[in-house]
Design a protein around this ligand. Structure first.
Ligand SMILES: CC(C)(COP(=O)(O)OP(=O)(O)OC[C@H]1O[C@@H](n2cnc3c(N)ncnc32)[C@H](O)[C@@H]1OP(=O)(O)O)[C@@H](O)C(=O)NCCC(=O)NCCS
Length: 179
C-alpha cells in the first residue's frame, strides 16, 4: 500500500486489487462520464468486472482509493500462454474528478515497478489515436509506437478511428523512469 499526495493536495492510497473490490470498481465505472470513457471499451458492467476479478491470478492490478472510494484502476493482464511468457497488456482508468493531478502517473509508475519486479519482459497496449492524454502518459514511461491499426475503433461519434499499438520492453534503458 502506497500513499500519494496529488498535485491538488488530495491524498490517495494505491494498493493491489482484491476480490472484495468488485462493488467499488463497479461504482467507479458507473460514475465515470461518457467523455472520460469515450476512447475506452465501456460499458464496464458487473459481468466485465467479475471476469477481471475471476482472472486475478493473471493480473497485476492496482486500485487508487480516496475517502474509501475507488477512483482509479490500472492493470496488466499477463498472457497465460507459454508462447506469450512475460508479455502483458496494460489498461488504466482514472475517474474524471481526479484527472490531471498526477494520479495516472503515480499508478503507472507503481504498476510498471511491480511488473519489472515480477520479471515481466514486455508490456503492450492499444490506444485510440485521439486519446492524447493517454498517449502522452504512455510515452512518458518509455512506451514506443509500434504500429497503427487503421479504422479499428468505432467511436461514439459514429466514426472509425485509428488505434495505436504501443510497447515497452522492461529490460531496456527506456525503463529508467520507473525506478
Ligand atoms: C489517461 C488517464 C489514465 C490519465 O490519467 P491522469 O491521472 O489524468 O494523468 P496524470 O495527471 O498523471 O498525467 C496527465 C498528463 O497528460 C498531460 N495532458 C493533459 N491534457 C493533455 C492533452 N490534451 N494532450 C496531451 N497531454 C495532455 C498532462 O499535462 C500530464 O502530463 P505531465 O505529467 O507530463 O504534466 C486518464 O485521462 C483516464 O483515465 N482517461 C480515461 C480512460 C482512458 O482513456 N484510459 C486509457 C485508455 S484504456
Amino acid at each position: 500500500m502506497w500513499k500519494f499526495t496529488l498535485k491538488d493536495g488530495r491524498e490517495v492510497i494505491v494498493r493491489p486489487l482484491t476480490v472484495e473490490d468488485k462493488d467499488g470498481l463497479f461504482q467507479m465505472f458507473s460514475s465515470m462520464s461518457n467523455e472520460a470513457l469515450k476512447w475506452s471499451m465501456a460499458p464496464y458492467t458487473m459481468e466485465v468486472i467479475e471476469r477481471w476479478i475471476s482472472n486475478i491470478k493473471n493480473l497485476i492490478a492496482l486500485v487508487a482509493e480516496w475517502n474509501s472510494k475507488i477512483v482509479g484502476y490500472a492493470m496488466i493482464y499477463k498472457f497465460p500462454h507459454p508462447r506469450r511468457r512475460g508479455v502483458g497488456d496494460l489498461a488504466i482508468y482514472v475517474h474524471q474528478d481526479f484527472h490531471n493531478v498526477g494520479l495516472g502517473t503515480a499508478m503507472m509508475k507503481r504498476l510498471l515497478q511491480l511488473a519489472q519486479k515480477e520479471g515481466m519482459h514486455k508490456i503492450e497496449l492499444y490506444v485510440v489515436e485521439d486519446n492524447k492524454v493517454a498517449i502522452h502518459l504512455y510515452k512518458k514511461f518509455g512506451f514506443e509506437i509500434e504500429g497503427v491499426s487503421k479504422d479499428s475503433f468505432f467511436g461514439s461519434n459514429g466514426k472509425y478511428h485509428n488505434m495505436i499499438k504501443m510497447g515497452l520492453l522492461l529490460n531496456s534503458e527506456k525503463t529508467s523512469i520507473i525506478t
